[in-house]
Design a protein around this ligand. Structure first.
Ligand SMILES: NC(=O)c1ccc[n+]([C@@H]2O[C@H](COP(=O)([O-])OP(=O)(O)OC[C@H]3O[C@@H](n4cnc5c(N)ncnc54)[C@H](OP(=O)(O)O)[C@@H]3O)[C@@H](O)[C@H]2O)c1
Length: 333
């Protein structure tokens, strides 16, 4: 077989900045042969990312795919294009995500900072962060559609490219330790009623990943979720301006000694994503979230942490997603 056909096909959503871009850079350093596809909504930003990647890896195979994961029609189009380009997809990194209009309770921040809960508050964002969501043109909650549903449709469309019993493929989600059961409800799984759509969407991601494993492992598709830790990216600059983060950097470097969850750089945050690239998917635990961690001395490593999930909720959520998919397809097509 030629080198070309052996080359792994890797698709990354939200590849043009932050953790996604750092992941691409690291994957190319790991395996220069991969056929890397940057799946992004903004062609200019995507082209700039491609140029930066080619700058450090001039012979790499890096292509662009336009997709807005917050729009079902765009996802369907992108999936068609992928099916034209590739016979299979070995790694599908579902990394694009939004946290729109985040609000931080300054009071909760400072009381939390000096309380016994400081560490867990920083690790999960519990009680600290709320967001304002909106409804998209598809009639769905934007955070849910972007972080979860658009990606779900992409997987459904790419089924034949991902399901190869002989040689398994991996679907890898950038979830978060901010995923909390208390923010999610099966009766309002899009989180149209509450104030924590982000946390809800990440819990939904974890539930979905479990269901995907239940349904598709036998067909050679394996799904896993990671938490990148707290990373300085456009997403975190939406919470506080970058100068504020710079201001509190000494505190964060101190806290890092105790929690190791302050990975801080996109490079460190991508650790678990890169680690999964090297694993045999059959060896992974569907109930574990793989955390990128960075020690006080700045060394990155990966640790699996058992998720707060149950199979029944996961199954029922999956059924709801299938029903919604049917509804939306009728509306969009
Ligand atoms: N930073 C953290 O501390 C942290 C912690 C836990 C989890 N995460 C997760 O990590 C992932 C990556 O985020 P990041 O921190 O690296 O932030 P980022 O730099 O803002 O990256 C997010 C990426 O997603 C893309 N994206 C957003 N909406 C999209 C849409 N509708 N269609 C296609 N692409 C879209 C963005 O594209 P544009 O450039 O066009 O906006 C960007 O490339 C997210 O899923 C986030 O929830 C981050």
């Amino acid at each position: 077989m030629s080198n070309f056909s052996m080359a792994k096909v890797v698709v990354v959503t939200g590849a043009n900045s932050g953790i996604g871009l750092a992941l691409c850079e690291r994957l190319l350093s790991d395996d220069a042969q991969i056929r890397l596809c940057l799946a992004c909504r903004n062609p200019k930003r995507a082209e700039a990312a491609r140029a930066a990647l080619l700058d450090s890896h001039p012979t790499a195979d890096v292509t662009l795919l336009k997709v807005d994961v917050g729009c079902v029609a765009s996802v369907l189009q992108a999936a068609e294009e992928l099916k034209r380009r590739y016979q299979r997809v070995d790694y599908l990194y579902l990394n694009a995500g939004i946290m729109p209009n985040p609000r931080v309770s300054i009071k909760a921040f400072f009381t939390g900072l000096f309380s016994s809960k400081a560490i867990s508050m920083f690790a999960t964002g519990e009680g600290l962060l709320t967001q304002e969501d909106r409804v998209t043109e598809d009639g769905l909650q934007e955070v849910f559609e972007t972080n979860v549903f658009g990606h779900f449709i992409l997987i459904r469309e790419l089924g034949p490219l991902l399901c190869n019993a002989g040689s398994p493929s991996q679907v890898i989600w950038t979830s978060s330790s901010n995923a909390r059961r208390s923010a999610f409800s099966l009766t309002d799984y899009q989180h149209s009623q509450g104030t924590e759509p982000y946390s809800s969407s990440k819990y939904a991601t974890d539930l979905l990943s479990l269901a995907l494993n239940e349904h598709f492992n036998q067909q050679g598709l394996y799904s896993s979720v990671i938490c990148p830790g707290l990373v300085m990216t456009n997403l975190t600059y939406g919470i506080f301006p970058s100068f504020f983060w710079t201001l509190i950097m000494p505190i964060m470097l101190l806290i890092r000694i105790f929690t190791n969850t302050f990975t801080l750089t996109p490079y460190n945050g991508a650790e678990a994503l890169v680690w999964l690239f090297r694993q045999k998917p059959e060896s992974l635990n569907p109930l574990a979230k793989y955390h990128s961690l960075t020690s006080g001395l700045g060394n990155s490593y990966v640790k699996p942490v058992k998720m707060d999930l149950d199979y029944d909720t996961s199954k029922r959520f999956y059924e709801k997603l299938l029903a919604l998919e049917k509804q939306v397809r009728e509306r969009v097509l």
